[in-house]
Design a protein around this ligand. Structure first.
Ligand SMILES: Nc1nc2c(c(=O)[nH]1)N[C@H]1C(S)=C(S)[C@@H](COP(=O)(O)OP(=O)(O)OC[C@H]3O[C@@H](n4cnc5c(N)ncnc54)[C@H](O)[C@@H]3O)O[C@H]1N2
Ligand code: MOO
Length: 510
């Protein structure tokens, strides 16, 4: 998928009001993001590192699967003519010439009147045409039908003597033919396939140790706010626990990324800029939370309204994304709406954790793999016609033009913003073809009493059997209700209420 393919998602802009910066629609903001976020350059990865990734090569089968005729049952490899007359009351007696275990390379020839005891997956020996399961024999005991074989460990000599066969077996009975799964030279997996567990199993089965895929993006999640302390820490007056960096890191993992969580950075722009500069080395995408509204301590806005290498006076500022296509009669987007900011306590560069065992910072990836060649600017801070999630920012920063999405700090706003914008950005980096969550129409028995005019509202809901019910209210601090929800109820911009029992659009969050 290319960025160009997605441009059609762009919706008409909302009308500008006076000298105010324009308000972006949800669709415009999303289209701007996916247009500027290009798929990562492919890498040759070990199979398990390629899980969830998009294959960029056609994979053909070097050797037939299975590679040889083999038994599908534990039993006896026989010649069909020898057992043609076998019956419950008149079993056929065959001489057992030995054992063939799975993995056997040296195979005895089965001659007329003979049988070889054979295990599931073991190669069919020459001369044999079928396998009779051990349950159709006496198992060499001289008694009635057997239920199984004696463990090799307790009888290391293997099979010998004679076996009574009680039922006939036709040609190829219980034999899995060479190539019956997939023939040599045929296509195992086509380029574009997303590698789930069965696909990884197939690649291993045909002997591939590595594959060429678009790698999972490395996403650095960083929250900001001097009030934040990590969970496990006792709260001092005015403090709260940092939940966004956990929820967003988990969400990034869930979307397929390798996610690194960075402990909350205090409301100090220079500390934040230094932390971001440190983190960019291992980021294909940077996600921040908090500090993007209009307050005096909105540090993300202050720190990222100018390029990372730009001096304080703002000289040499390049245009960020979204500023490239100003609409007629509108001010060009971009530039700080608010650059005010007092220095809070400098927290120092943050602690950090990775969410999985993936390669850490500075792994073998090319620096600018797959990213746009467009110049790196600051971040364009915007107001969106949505609730929650009004204040947003998007841009590309640093020497590799790393995309950055700055999400609002309110926990529900941050999470909804992740769903709508970060998840598609991660999938754009991965080259995943269709990034949309399942959406459907559902009856809302309670209705929605009021929804802000001109804004697309995303209420939390629980969905079951064609019905969705709101959970909690519209407040973007309600994390318990978010945790209870499994869907978003979408109330369009031109709808200010929904009558009880009416249908609504629902995005399933699972
Ligand atoms: N005068 C105005 N005030 C606000 C406006 C506005 O238009 N005019 N917009 C409101 C909206 S809408 C949102 S959303 C928030 C966004 O503000 P910020 O992105 O600057 O976020 P913060 O101020 O840093 O935090 C908001 C809220 O969320 C809590 N928070 C922040 N980070 C975390 C975290 N990692 N874990 C848990 N909770 C977090 C923070 O303590 C605040 O309570 O602005 C409104 N204000
Ligand atoms: O937009 Mo804020 O995200 O409404 O709470």
């Amino acid at each position: 998928m290319t960025g160009t393919d997605r441009e059609s998602a762009t919706a008409p802009a909302a009308a500008p009001t006076g000298g105010e910066p324009r308000v972006w629609s949800v669709d415009e903001h999303l289209a701007d993001i996916v247009r500027h976020v290009q798929p990562l350059e492919p890498l040759e990865l070990q199979l398990l590192d390629a899980q969830g990734c998009v294959l960029v090569e056609d994979v053909t089968v070097p050797v037939a699967l299975p590679p040889f005729d083999n038994s599908s049952m534990d039993g006896y490899a026989v010649r069909t003519a020898d057992v043609a007359d076998a019956a419950e009351d008149s079993p056929v007696r065959l001489t057992v010439i030995g054992d063939i275990a799975a993995g056997s390379g040296k195979l005895p020839r089965v001659r007329p009147g003979e049988a070889a005891r054979i295990m599931t997956g073991a190669p069919l020996p020459p001369g044999a045409e079928a396998v009779v399961p051990v349950e159709w024999t006496d198992g060499g005991t001289g008694g009635g039908p057997a239920t199984g074989m004696t463990a090799h460990s307790s009888d290391p000599r293997g099979a010998g003597g004679e076996v009574l066969v009680h039922r006939p077996a036709g040609a190829r009975a219980h034999v899995r033919a060479r190539g019956s799964d997939i023939a040599a030279g045929s296509l195992a997996l086509a380029a574009g396939t997303v590698l789930g567990p069965p696909q990884i199993g197939l690649l291993a089965a045909i002997g591939r140790a590595t594959v060429k895929v678009r790698p999972r993006p490395r996403v650095v999640v960083l929250s900001t706010g001097s009030e934040l302390v990590p969970p496990g820490t006792e709260l001092a007056p005015g403090q709260i626990h940092d939940s966004n960096s956990f929820a967003l890191t988990a969400a990034a993992r869930d979307a397929g990324a390798i996610a690194y969580r960075v402990s909350a950075v205090s409301d100090d722009a220079e500390t934040l800029r230094a932390t971001i500069e440190d983190q960019l080395i291992r980021a294909d995408l940077l996600v921040t939370s908090g500090g993007v509204s209009v307050g005096a301590y909105d540090v993300v806005k202050e720190a990222l309204s100018r390029p990372l290498d730009a001096p304080h006076d703002g000289s040499g500022v390049e245009e960020p994304p979204g500023a490239e296509e100003p609409r007629a009669g509108e001010p060009a987007a971009g530039g700080p709406e608010s650059a005010a900011g007092d220095s809070g306590t400098a927290a120092g560069a943050a602690g950090e954790e990775s969410t999985d065992g993936a390669p850490a910072a500075g792994d073998a990836r090319g620096a600018a793999g797959g990213r746009s060649a467009a110049p790196s600017g600051g971040v364009d801070f915007r107001r969106l016609a949505m609730q929650p999630g009004k204040p947003q920012g998007f841009g590309r920063i640093g020497p590799d033009h790393t995309p950055v999405l700055t999400l609002p700090g309110n926990p529900v706003s941050a999470y909804v913003s992740f769903e709508l914008f970060v998840r598609p950005a991660i999938h754009a980096l991965m080259g995943v073809p269709d990034t949309r969550r399942e959406t459907l129409r559902a009856v809302c028995p309670e209705g929605v009493a009021s929804s802000p005019a001109g804004k697309r509202q995303f209420l939390r809901g629980r969905y079951a059997d064609g019905t969705v019910s709101p959970v909690g209210g519209a407040g973007s601090h309600l994390v318990k209700a978010l945790a209870d929800a499994d869907a978003l109820i979408v109330v369009p911009e031109d709808t200010t209420s929904v009558a009880p029992g009416a249908e609504v659009d629902v995005i399933l969050l699972r």
